[in-house]
Design a protein around this ligand. Sequence first.
Ligand code: UDP
Length: 474
Amino acid sequence: SMREVRVETVPLQRLAQFLEPDRVTVLESTAAAARTALEGRVVWNVNATASGGGVAEMLTTLLAYSRGAGVDARWLVLDGNPRFFRITKRIHNLLHGSPGDGGPLGQAERDEYEAVLASNLETLNAWVKPGDIVLLHDPQTAALAAGLRTSGAHVVWRCHVGRDVTNQSTDLAWDFLRPYVSDADASIFSRPAYVPEWLEGHRTRIIPPSLDPFSTKNIPLAPADVTATLRRAGLVDLPAGLGSLTFSRRDGSLGSVRSHGNLLVAGEVVPADARVVLQVSRWDRLKDMAGVLTSFATHLATLPDDAHLVLVGPDVLGVSDDPEGAEVLFECVDLWKALAPEVRARVHLVSLPMDDEGENAHLVNALQSYASVVVQKSLVEGFGLTVTEPMWKGRPVVASAVGGIQDQVVDGESGLLLRDPTDLAGFADLIASLLNDDDLARRLGGGAQERVRAEYLGDRHLIQYAELFAELLR
Ligand code: UDP
């Protein structure tokens, strides 16, 4: 059945050290008002997974700050079966405008989807009290809205996916979701272009995601920690001298990075003197890991000799809500096998353990801190945390000009945008321009960090939530 995810409590003051005094003042007064308005109520968050992916990442940190602000914020994860997750993955792909597995979205799928959520609703109704606020995340949860409202909760549905222009696929997905979404008191999208027109007249909000500078994934790492972590994980071949490596988590406990070479699904250990071009993504076709690999391999001649490509994704066998993942990873392995040996030596496929969130985040942090260029060649992207994270670390990024990435990156100031995400030669050229020009790379890396500080830290996000809740309770 449904399970509750343990959430930390983190004081808002911690975030304040990154903000100008005016921003701190606004954050503190908003928190005080929210504390009063939400007294005696719980703010529930429901989504499909406790780890892996941007939504889980954000819930972890925003809920911790909410609790730190004195709000009783909690997190529940749905209980589904593989059939349910195949259907919701289909909806997810369709919302991105891609036909996905091409399977149907008819009455049988509706029945299955509703049955799974009806049984989740029973559990939820035992927890949720009238007057509570429930934030439902993504298509997996939409059909919970009506039942929760009947029980007296204020229900907000948040859609973390989106596509700039509608097509047949998005229409199909929205036809499926519309009856459920229409039942919510409000809905939230990451960009104005993502709001379906039939929600006109309903309460909608635009709230882009944010990043937590103190999470294990984003906290600054000492260069020695970065290199030791990657060596210890068997990813980068640095001078020997392995000790037992530990790192401290946000809750103060110690984690350790396992010493095993089997994180590498395909490829050799990255040489110590290589410069790394990195993409970190779920193994999802829309992230186009295969396109990154092909662009890099086909246009290797335009890149400096020390450039190596590292593609990093989760250990897909451990992720129950992502049946497509293993397929995509194996496609990339097949492409890698077909490369000429000298090209293959410069391409590395990495699968990260997801069982220990602290360990996973520490490795992602080390990889993003180590990379010379971070790329995100998504074909569609609601909003890419995998772009914001390296930007905060001052890395120069090359990313497709699609979806939320167009808001995240100001082309030529805080990164480079690839106008046509299918342009493999253009993509390699942008990477080469950064690897061949240290001044440009430094300038764009600095611009990237400033952009995140200005637009994508948690205070803005929490204030937008507080404003919406105040309106719902009015
Ligand atoms: N991520 C991770 N390990 C992986 C792949 C991804 O921790 O192997 C994280 C990544 O760092 C980011 C999130 O998952 O925080 C992905 O969020 P994003 O918004 O980029 O894409 P989504 O997966 O939500 O489509």
